[in-house]
Ligand binder design. Structure first.
Ligand code: URP
Ligand code: ZN
Ligand code: ZN
Length: 468
């Protein structure tokens, strides 16, 4: 691990945009220097290697707080491993991921965490942490949460969907929110009304409506909004913050906005699929629609506009990918019944570039807000700030050099995720990640991967900042 001087770029953080050089010493940022400073000149004389960022933005590495590498909870396994998925993340400028660990049936969450460490440790190309899914809550779950907090897992996902498997009832959710107020754990909610969705799904299949598009029709936005309303009310009663994962609709966002207006500490993420894709994709001919099945489902074009506005108005804090790829063949069991199509889409590689493209180049958000949404806010919310999420002396030297003019086209032929198609095939992006450093090591050099599996370290996380 050496030193580097990154010169000639524009440093962009959540708060500043400034022409500056960045001095990296070992694994950390040592100084942000005015261009041509005496210290910079001295470092050059001493032979510190220079990385040119001329014409580029220099920003903190991305933090993607929602991935599902090597998950086995659905009928077929997720294809990206921790090795392949984090390598794709690095190539897209994401230097930290937080994945969802879970316990297998009959096991406690601590055993689930051991299992996830055995999958990820020594494999990852970027730094990583875990959330824990809480799926079969019982009298011991409060102690499980405390135990995991001591092991650096400080956020937990509960579900109002998927009855019979992942689903939690309101009493369980309230108790966990009450405990989170005491312990400082952050509860994350998958908010869709599972029992009501079950009725609509059954009725659709009885009526012969078995194609992929009925996946979206049977999970209407009203049932996301209902669940967001309910869990934000429960958080209000508990006096605890709550984080809504993968928010997909204008109606759901409306409930977030109303809860925030009441003073509830609701935080929420959306995902690129809800910003760029709409429900028409599910109606593509020849079972192609199955490649776009995720939950919550893709929505209408108007929802995309509302979500962008939510990001700009600060009602939504993060864009996370919910990366959960299945190839086309893995979806075939659902050819006669959409309920059997595994849920989830690929995307971990493109988040930073997509939010720049749609948000900054699209005139919807500022450069600083882009960095905040993709790096700073998730680092704060998930207990990693200021080590991650900013460029400042003492922070980890996770740095992205981003060329705003290097347009490129997304394609399964060139992406690095382990999946045989792209939901964004043909999307022309207006900027590209050029170079990436992970704790001072160049892991992507001019678009080429130069890192190794095992470069990434487990991050024991601290408490959330719930007012990012
Ligand atoms: O369809 C999705 N989003 N699959 C991943 C699991 C989840 O609920 O986040
Ligand atoms: Zn979910
Ligand atoms: Zn997910």
């Amino acid at each position: 691990m050496g030193s580097y001087l990154i010169t000639g770029g524009t440093v962009v953080t959540a708060t500043d945009t400034v022409a500056a050089d960045v001095f990296i010493d070992g694994e950390q940022i040592a100084a942000i220097l005015a261009p041509g400073s005496l210290l910079g000149a001295g470092l050059r004389r001493e032979g510190v290697p220079v990385i040119s960022a001329d014409g580029c933005y220099v920003l903190p590495g991305g933090v993607d707080p929602h991935t599902h590498f090597e998950a086995e909870g659905q009928s077929v396994p997720v294809l990206d491993t921790f090795a392949t998925g984090t390598r794709a993340a690095a190539l897209g400028g994401t230097t930290t991921v937080i994945d969802f660990a879970y316990a297998r049936p009959g096991e406690r969450p601590a055993q689930g965490l051991d299992w996830y460490h055995s999958k990820a440790d020594g494999q990852c190309a970027v730094d990583y942490g875990f959330h824990m899914m809480l799926t079969s809550c019982d009298a011991g779950t409060v102690a499980d949460v405390d135990q995991l907090m001591d092991r650096g897992v400080t956020s937990f996902k509960l579900y109002t969907a998927y009855t019979g498997t992942l689903y939690s009832t309101d009493d369980v959710i309230l108790r966990m929110l009450q405990h989170s107020r005491r312990s400082g754990a952050l509860m994350m909610l998958h908010a869709e009304n599972g029992p009501a969705i079950d009725v609509l799904r059954e009725q659709a299949v009885e009526a012969g409506q078995t194609e992929p598009r009925y996946h979206a029709r049977t999970r209407p936005a009203a049932l996301e909004a209902e669940a967001v309303h309910r869990v934000t009310r429960l958080a209000e009663v508990a006096g605890a913050p709550v984080y809504i994962v993968h928010l997909s609709s204008a109606e759901g966002l409306g409930e977030v906005v109303r809860a925030r207006a009441r003073g509830v500490r609701v935080l929420a993420e959306t995902c690129p699929q809800y910003l760029f894709l709409d429900e028409d994709r599910l109606a593509l001919p020849g079972f192609e629609g199955a490649s776009f099945v995720c939950s919550p489902p893709l929505r209408a074009k108007e929802d995309q506009e509302a979500l962008w506005k939510g990001l700009s108005d600060r009602h939504l804090q993060n864009v996370a990918t919910d990366h959960c790829p299945f190839c086309r063949d893995q979806r075939l069991p659902g050819v006669d019944d959409f309920r059997k199509i595994p849920n989830g889409l690929p995307g971990v590689e493109h988040r930073l570039e997509q939010v720049f493209h749609g948000g900054v180049a699209g005139g919807k958000i500022s450069l600083n807000r882009w960095v905040e949404i993709c790096s700073t806010a998730p680092a704060k919310i998930f207990g990693l700030y200021p080590r991650k999420g900013t460029l400042a002396p003492g922070a980890d030297a996770d740095v992205v050099i981003f060329d705003p003019h290097a347009g490129h086209v997304v394609s399964a032929k060139t992406h690095h995720m382990n999946v045989d198609y792209s939901v964004y095939e043909g999307q022309a992006l207006s900027g590209a990640v050029r170079t990436v450093l992970l704790r001072g090591k160049v892991v992507v050099d001019d678009g080429r991967y130069t890192g190794a599996s095992g470069d990434g370290r487990f991050l024991a996380r601290g408490a959330s900042i719930t007012e990012p």
